[in-house]
Each structure stands twice: as C-alpha cells, then as structure tokens.
Design a protein around this ligand. Structure first.
Ligand SMILES: NC(=O)c1ccc[n+]([C@@H]2O[C@H](COP(=O)([O-])OP(=O)(O)OC[C@H]3O[C@@H](n4cnc5c(N)ncnc54)[C@H](OP(=O)(O)O)[C@@H]3O)[C@@H](O)[C@H]2O)c1
Length: 245
C-alpha cells in the first residue's frame, strides 16, 4: 500500500475524472474512493484511460454502514462502477450507529476470501471496536482510516494500532491542520517547501498513510513532490508537539 495516496471525496463528474487522471499522470498509484463519494465510475475510468496497468494502482473503496446485510450487493456494485474485478482494500466507512457490528465484518471477510477485495479494514473505528472485531472472528482489520494531522498527533493511538498490526491511514491532513501555524511555516521555509508538503512529509516519516485531496493540478503535483527533503528528528518532534495529547 503506497504511503501517499490521492483522496477523491467531493471530486465528482468531469472534474473528478480529470483530477484522478492528473493524479495518475503525476505518479500517484493509490486512489481512495467510497460508495458514498458517488465517483467510483469516474475513478475507474481514469485508471483505465491512464494506461497504467490495473495491478499497479492500489484502489480503496468503502462500504456505507447502511448496506449492512447487503454487503455483497454493495461491493459488486463498486466493482461494476470501478470496472475492475477486485479492489485492493475495502473499508467499512464508519461504525454503524457507533457500534462495531462484527456480523458485518464477517461478511466482509467472506467477500475477501472470494477474492473480490484483496484486503479488508475499517474507518473511524476505536481501538475497543477493533478488538471486538478481532475477538469475534480472530481476524484484525489491516487498516483503520482515521482523521490525522499534526494537531491530532497522539502517539498512544499510533502505538495501540501498531501493537495490533493495524496500519494507521490518516485522512483530511489539510482540513485538520492550521496551514499558517508558525512552527510549520518556519520548517517549510527552511526546506524551501510549502506547509502542505511539510504536513505530508511528516506523515510519511511516521509511516502513516496519507491521502490528500485536491482538484487543482498544481496542488496535486505539489502534494506528490515530497521526496526532495527530509525533516530532521528535531523538526519531527516540534511538529509532534502541535498535537494536544
Ligand atoms: N474515511 C472517512 O470518513 C473520510 C473522511 C474524510 C476524508 N476521507 C478521505 O481523505 C481524503 C482527504 O481528506 P479531505 O478531502 O477531507 O481533505 P484534505 O485532503 O485534508 O484537504 C482538501 C482541501 O485542501 C486543499 N488543498 C489540497 N492541496 C493543498 C495544498 N497543497 N495547499 C493548500 N491547500 C490544499 C484542497 O483544495 P483544492 O481541492 O481546491 O485544491 C481542499 O480544499 C478525502 O478526499 C477522502 O478520500 C475519508
């Protein structure tokens, strides 16, 4: 799973297709969509038209909790929309009514065993809810997609996921950040980078998957262009300190 992916929430229609095409042309090989985003068809068409082989693109989509009991119908519809035989990762989008609901997890595991998705995971689940799924089925979600940013940095949360072998995938890296924060601005200036690039680089150096969204070609490129600098240990700690716990 590439640590850097492209988020597609609110990218629909022609704009969504163009953004996903641009992202693939830029070099992104990981796209994050969801049934709820109503853009799987655009994302799938962008992958096909890009000329990048399907197996080189990591595609995540998500099950809306209201499809409980109709998991198969939801996933087969996602595959039809995307125009692919399998997705790389299928997540339950959030805990239905705030509950873990292991019976949904069992259905997701069965569909994975049939090969319709390579892996299954969760989103917006607590550690307690993840433990409930593991306790009931013996299988732990491989990923938990949760809001993440310097302001949300919580080392205990990372440790709890890692102890269980769950990959932390952060979402909304910019919406949850103050891009004018003086610490971030100073560090960005020092590396001749943008604050957005520093935020993404910080995720990658913590080995936290990050999926920035942009509809703007210049920003799609900027967000991908983060391998030209490295944050020092001291800079990482100063950014960590922007977290509240
Ligand atoms: N599992 C969940 O419940 C959940 C919830 C939310 C999001 N997600 C996923 O996570 C992805 C990312 O989160 P998000 O879309 O909420 O927010 P985000 O990626 O944090 O922020 C997107 C916003 O930041 C702007 N932006 C992008 N690049 C920028 C840059 N270099 N400098 C300044 N501004 C920049 C975008 O503007 P322009 O587009 O105008 O360039 C857009 O307004 C989503 O697209 C979705 O795939 C998952």
């Amino acid at each position: 799973m590439p640590l850097l992916g492209f988020g597609t929430w609110q990218l629909r229609g022609h704009r969504g297709y163009e953004a996903a095409r641009y992202a693939l042309a830029t070099g992104y090989r990981h796209l994050d969509t969801a049934t709820m985003y109503r853009n799987e068809a655009e994302v799938g068409r962008a992958v096909r038209d890009s000329g990048v082989p399907r197996e080189e693109v990591f595609i995540t989509t998500k099950l809306p909790p209201e499809y409980a009991g109709a998991e198969r119908r939801c996933l087969t519809q996602s595959l039809t929309n995307l125009g692919t035989d399998y997705v790389d990762l299928w997540l339950i989008h959030w805990p239905p009514s705030g509950r873990a609901r292991p019976e949904i997890w069992k259905q997701m595991l069965a569909l994975r065993d049939e090969g319709l998705t390579r892996a299954v995971g969760v989103s917006n689940y607590s550690i307690g809810q993840i433990d409930e799924l593991t306790g009931t089925t013996g299988e732990t979600p491989v990923v938990n997609q949760i809001p993440w940013s310097p302001a949300l940095y919580a080392p205990a949360t990372v440790a709890a996921h890692r102890e269980r072998g769950v990959v932390v995938e952060g979402y909304s890296p910019f919406k949850r950040s103050d891009l004018r924060d003086p610490v971030l601005v100073e560090i960005a200036h020092r590396h001749q980078a943008t604050v957005a690039q520093v935020v993404l680089r910080w995720h990658i150096q913590h080995e936290i998957v990050v999926i920035p969204k942009s509809a703007t070609p210049a920003r799609i490129s900027e967000n991908f262009d983060i391998s030209g600098f490295t944050l020092t240990g001291d800079e990482m700690r100063r950014i960590d300190a922007l977290g509240h716990d």
